[in-house]
Ligand binder design. Structure first.
Ligand code: ATP
Ligand code: MG
Length: 519
């Protein structure tokens, strides 16, 4: 045993002390690792810069990429000292421009005295040694890798320069793939947003006078440009109605874009809605139009509007009042022509009273209100929707279902459907998956919650309190035990673990009767 400390791994800054060949191999090995491990553009770029900085012991490094117009912009800016922030504007930009322009890499021992470049920024920012290598994918110049040193002239050798040319050849290919992946992801997201057509929407199935009258309102308001606020419990069809308004309007050939205001943080929501200018914050590597611009000429559906922060409310109000928006980090106003539909399952008047929702915005959004009744207030639709969706899902699965028996239909119609049409639709999908071809659906096939609730129907609507459900469970257990032992009370009580007298009390309390058909 020895108490001499074992030497740790060499600090990475000391890499240049390795024999040159070994260091080259080491960097190549790490390059391969980085290219394989980082599929996303930004981390890939940062790791590449770090690797180059360490290989040549540069003080700072920046990767510039070209935007769609061909202008160079800095994407990853790093220092030899990881905690040090690098201002990517304070570099010898004239060297970068020259390297990209002539598509040749440049090594200068002292940029301040090199007659090829303007020395102004170099002197101003204290830069001496500079090396800049264009990044290529084939013939295409994607941008450049820039490295500098402010304390030493002649900091980089010709050997470093040649090695990094090879390094950049490999890095360029990896960057191009990452750029393409990024673009593909963005396009994909965009297509998912906009590729909705009328054919994608389920038809509105209803027999309810309330919904039919809402559909008349939809016809009336569709042609105009007024804002419509759609309220109603979750799953009542708010989004369906918003689609219907768009597709009956003159904007039907333009985009219908939905933004859920509840699911994302405030700053992200604002950058989605209004877009941003490249460089306005970390990660803003491109100019990005917001949904107000993307939906221009069409309809923007703001879902869950009751969850908007006050700051986002102010910005949306301004957009509606002025008919123009500004991208984040950009002062130029952009005209937009968007129809706003919005939806909420919150009571906005209540939110206004609590100071959580702006009254002025409310009046802007709420020129016309559509209030969708919950499914339990339009029971005539339950059987209709159940048959509709059972038919749809079983057809999709290539089964033919015989439908519901009378009792199951009754149970469905009596259920309070807290999740409204969405819940009913899901239940029908479940049944279509579970049941066999030609089978008639009985109460026992329905979801446990629906069966349970049917036991609770005491004429007292909405009886779903804890006590009621405990009662229902007890009643069901008692009934099952009685049926199992053909109403032999001693054996049933035994099975339930209660006394015979206790069981008789329960039979009275739950009004159970052998001659009654079990519910
Ligand atoms: N009248 C209807 N006819 C046919 N399908 C309907 C009807 N109403 C709602 N649906 C269907 O029910 C589901 C829920 O509807 P939708 O998404 O429009 O509800 P929502 O009110 O926006 O719900 P949430 O508040 O949860 O967002 C959808 O699949 C929709 O197609
Ligand atoms: Mg919705």
């Amino acid at each position: 045993m020895t108490d001499r400390p074992t030497p740790g791994p060499e600090p990475e800054e000391h890499l240049p002390h390795l024999p040159d060949d070994r260091q080259d191999l080491e960097t190549l090995y790490r390059l391969a690792h980085v290219v394989h491990s980082f599929q996303e553009l930004q981390p890939l770029l940062e790791n590449l810069v770090d690797l180059a900085i360490r290989h040549v012991n540069a003080e700072r490094g920046v990767i510039f990429l070209r935007d769609a117009r061909g202008d160079l912009y800095p994407t990853a800016a790093r220092s030899l000292y990881p905690s040090e922030l690098v201002d990517a504007q304070k570099v010898a930009l004239s060297v970068v421009q020259a390297a990209v322009h002539v598509k040749e890499s440049i090594l200068t021992p002292n940029v301040q005295t090199d007659p090829r470049f303007s020395s102004e920024s170099a002197i101003h920012y204290n830069i001496l040694s500079v090396m800049c290598l264009p990044l290529f994918q084939g013939e295409l110049a994607l941008g450049a890798l820039y490295l500098d040193h402010g304390k030493r002239s002649d900091a980089f050798t010709e050997r470093d320069h040649n090695f990094l040319k090879a390094f950049c050849g490999l890095a360029g290919t990896a960057i191009q793939s990452a750029v393409e992946r990024e673009r593909y992801r963005q396009e994909n997201r965009y297509l998912r947003q906009v590729a909705t057509t009328e054919a994608d929407f389920p038809e509105i199935v209803t027999n309810s006078p309330q919904i039919l009258s809402i559909l008349e309102t939809v016809d009336l308001v569709a042609a105009s440009n007024v804002s419509v606020l759609i309220s109603g419990e979750s799953g009542t069809g708010k989004e369906l109605i918003a689609h219907a308004i768009h597709f009956k309007s003159t904007r039907r050939d333009k985009k219908f874009i939905t933004q859920n205001c509840a699911s994302i943080p405030e700053t992200l929501l604002e950058s989605e809605l209004f877009g941003y200018r490249k460089g306005s914050y970390t990660g803003a590597t491109h100019d990005k139009p917001g949904l107000f611009e993307v939906a221009s000429g069409g309809t923007l559906f703001l879902d869950e509007i009751g969850d908007l922060s006050l700051s986002s409310q102010a910005k949306i109000l301004r957009a509606l009042q002025e008919g123009e928006i500004k991208r984040i980090g950009d002062n130029r106003p952009i005209k937009v022509d968007v129809r706003i539909l919005s939806a909420t399952n919150k009571d906005l008047q209540e939110q206004i009273r609590k100071g959580l929702f702006r009254e002025d915005l409310f009046y802007r959004l709420n020129v016309v209100t559509v209030k969708l009744p919950p499914l339990r207030e339009r029971r005539e639709d339950i059987a209709l929707l159940a048959r509709h969706y059972l038919g749809l899902f079983s057809a999709r699965m290539g089964k033919r279902m015989a439908g519901f028996d009378a009792e199951a239909l009754e149970v469905l119609a009596a259920y309070h459907w807290p999740g409204n049409v969405r819940q009913l639709k899901n239940e029908m999908e479940r049944l279509a998956i579970l049941l066999n071809e030609g089978e008639l659906i009985a109460t026992a096939n329905l979801a446990e919650a629906i069966q349970q609730a049917s036991l609770l129907q005491t004429g007292d609507a909405g009886a779903s309190k804890m006590k009621d459900s405990l009662d229902a469970i007890q009643r069901k257990m008692v009934l099952e035990a009685l049926q199992k032992y053909k109403w032999n009370k001693t054996r049933a009580a035994d099975d339930l673990g209660i006394t015979r007298r206790g069981l008789i009390k329960m039979i009275e309390r739950f009004d159970l009767d052998r001659r009654k058909r079990p519910r």
